[in-house]
Design a binder for this molecule. Structure first.
Ligand code: APR
Length: 248
């Protein structure tokens, strides 16, 4: 298939009859909002890679540096808006009997766009949690909890476990879905990256949306090479996939 002009006819057949849809997103979905991705050219902060900062060891060694990086990313989050890709996914909740959005993103932009049912595999940068007692709070200035432990962003760092039940819920959604999207993710960070593979194993039709190929690309039923802010609204256009429904 010519990457530049993929044949969408089979996709539209599948999408029109699909009743259960699951979507797996990564940093690329927020790129058009102005959020830097982790592994793209814009992923470096100072001279550090995400893998050097987003770890319990980095926080233990140099909490100030890790806070500084998160303050930088929180500053970006505060100034950006959801893009057309987030909005298409929020609208898509009404197009299927079941719709599950599974994200690796910690920026909260899916919820800001109106998605109501989001599985956050890697937490949310807008919240803090105490590194000792686990107490949650909205992000704030004071960096010490009442228990004396340090607050940290409520995100999952490399080497840490994902929130209890999140992967199970995600696997359940892709196991029963007939249509699955994997959008804006390099599909390199496990266990989350298992999700599209698991979808294929369970027999879902899987669409990848990414300007670049990924390790998952050879398994995708359709791979569209381009920004999710352009492709998701097109692929999830209610007028095309639900032509008989008044979706105004
Ligand atoms: N639309 C869609 N995809 C895009 C766009 C865009 N406009 N711009 C970039 N991409 C793609 C890139 O080609 C890349 O494949 O988004 C992907 C971003 O990959 P990563 O930076 O590796 O982000 P992600 O897959 O979300 O990383 C997973 O790693 O650092 C951890 O916890 C962090 O959740 C993150 C996890």
């Amino acid at each position: 298939m010519d990457d530049a002009t993929p044949d969408l006819s089979r996709y539209y057949e599948v999408a029109k009859s699909a009743t259960r849809c699951a979507v797996f997103t990564g940093a690329g979905v927020s790129a058009e909002s102005g959020m830097p991705t982790f592994r793209g050219e814009d992923g470096l902060w100072k001279e550090y890679r995400a893998e050097e900062l987003a770890t319990p060891e980095a926080f233990a060694r140099n909490p100030g540096l890790v806070y500084e990086w998160y303050d930088y990313r929180r500053g970006i989050v505060a100034g950006v808006e959801p893009n057309a890709g987030h909005e298409a996914l929020a609208r898509a909740e009404d197009l299927f009997e079941e719709f599950t959005l599974i994200t690796q993103n910690v920026d909260g932009l899916h919820q800001q766009a109106g998605s109501s049912n989001v599985i956050e595999l890697h937490g949310n940068i807008r919240r803090d949690r105490c590194n000792v007692c686990g107490h949650h709070r909205e992000e704030g200035e004071a960096r010490e909890c009442a228990c004396g432990g340090p607050y940290r962003p409520d995100v999952v760092w490399f080497g840490e476990a994902l929130p209890v039940g999140a992967m199970e819920e995600a696997f359940r959604a892709v196991a029963t879905a007939d249509l699955v999207f994997t959008a804006g993710t390099s599909t390199q960070v496990y266990p989350a990256a298992q999700i599209p593979y698991s979808a294929k194993e369970y027999g879902a039709w899987v669409v990848e949306v990414n300007p670049e190929p990924t390790p998952f690309t050879p398994l995708a039923d359709l791979s569209v090479r381009g920004p999710s802010g352009e492709w998701l609204p097109l692929l999830l256009d209610p007028a095309v996939i639900r032509p008989d429904r008044d979706t105004r």
